[in-house]
Design a binder for this molecule. Structure first.
Ligand SMILES: Nc1ncnc2c1ncn2[C@@H]1O[C@H](COP(=O)(O)OP(=O)(O)OP(=O)(O)O)[C@@H](O)[C@H]1O
Length: 360
């Protein structure tokens, strides 16, 4: 009658508003909003000029979204709110101690598949995920060089286990250590997939949220057999905007559809070039090819990455692009957040099963 119960159940109105705004927030990274379970703390801000401090623990790698969420909340509630995001990738391990294996493939060579795979791995690591990269490109293993590890040999932990390299928090192993590159031209599918299985099984990966596999370019017997061998969560197809590359990327999509592997999306690389003099965008290799291909096959277009000197230079130096003061890194970081969010949503709708693969 006096509303006395309200005294005991009364909730802090601003905290409730923050929760509601977060729940209703929508973006490509948060298509279902922010679950209240991800909110670890809402406290009055200690930092000067900050009214409220919100801490989130996200089940996917998107810690860099804190600033965007903070400005959304601050604008909506007309007060200064800071948001800090931590990453604790959800999901059961699908293979050994690895939660997600992601194949990065391309229909044809030279489209920037390995560069994209390494930078995507770096993007995921920059967002707080534990990441590994497996170079399965028998035709031209380039991950050691892209990570600045050229000339190094893996260390054996025992007779059957190799220690992965570690660079900038990314664990790495390459099929190039197992086979002489010149031999690759005469390889058949079973040989390649056996080598891949061996590397997967015999590398001491430890706990990983994501293992990125840089696949050999193409859509032949070797790529198909390798795909069937790996217990992957999904595949990403990298293409450039030229018609020929798009036609081959289409074959890549068809290959993954054939073996029922979910396609996480398409990445269009070398999409355009920004003129350093006039800032104009030049679609050197054609425009919107990737977007149209993605739409035709009902797969997301994850990124349109420009042709950029910074990308090439960092690759050549084996440097981690996400650690550089370059705007270009945002493409990879955003793409990593998107991939991670999509895998989270996908894993929510599938039951985790332990998968074992054999060497034969
Ligand atoms: N967006 C980009 N901007 C500038 N240079 C790029 C970009 N993407 C890739 N490159 C450069 O293009 C070349 C080929 O890239 P990369 O080796 O990643 O291709 P790939 O598709 O993996 O090739 P392969 O099929 O031979 O394995 C490299 O010199 C790389 O630095």
């Amino acid at each position: 009658m006096f509303g006395i119960e309200k005294l005991f159940t009364r909730k802090d109105p601003i905290k409730e508003q923050i929760k509601t705004h977060l729940q209703h927030y929508r973006s490509a990274i948060f298509p279902m909003g922010i679950d209240t379970q991800w909110i670890t703390e809402i406290v009055e801000g200690q930092a000067k000029g900050t009214s409220w401090q919100v801490s989130l623990t996200l089940p996917f790698a998107a810690s860099g979204q804190g600033e965007i969420l903070a400005s959304h909340l601050s604008d909506s509630l007309n007060t200064d709110i800071r948001v800090t995001c931590h990453t604790a990738v959800a999901g059961t391990t699908q293979f050994k101690q690895i939660k997600h294996i992601v194949l990065v493939a391309s229909g044809k060579g030279g489209v920037g598949k390995s560069t994209t795979a390494v930078n995507l791995a770096a993007g995921l690591a920059s967002q707080g995920a534990q990441v590994g990269i497996l170079d399965a490109d028998i035709y031209g293993p380039s991950i050691p060089s892209l990570l600045g590890l050229t000339g190094q040999q893996p260390e054996a932990l025992d007779e059957k286990t190799l220690k992965p390299f570690e660079k900038d928090g990314i664990r790495a192993m390459s099929i190039g250590f197992l086979v002489a590159q010149d031999d690759a031209t005469v390889w058949r599918g079973p040989m390649a997939s056996q080598a891949l299985a061996q590397l997967l099984n015999e590398t001491a990966w430890g706990e990983l949220d994501y293992l990125i596999v840089d696949m050999p370019p193409g859509t032949g017997d070797i790529q198909l057999t390798m795909t069937q061998k790996v217990p992957a969560s999904g595949a990403i197809v990298v293409t450039t905007p030229q018609d020929l590359a798009l036609a081959d990327a289409q074959k890549g999509i068809a290959m993954f559809n054939k073996v029922n592997l979910p396609i996480i999306g398409l990445i269009e690389n070398m999409s355009y070039f920004t003129c350093q003099h006039c800032d104009g965008k030049n679609a050197i290799f054609g425009s919107e090819g990737g977007a149209k291909l993605a739409a035709r096959h009902g797969v997301p277009l994850l990124a349109e990455i420009p042709l950029d000197t910074g990308i090439r230079e960092n690759s050549e130096q084996g440097a981690n692009i996400t650690a550089q003061a370059l705007a270009i890194k945002d493409h990879y970081i955003y793409c990593a957040q998107l991939v991670s969010s999509m895998l989270y949503l996908q894993s929510k709708s599938t039951q985790g099963v332990e998968i074992l693969i054999t060497d034969d």
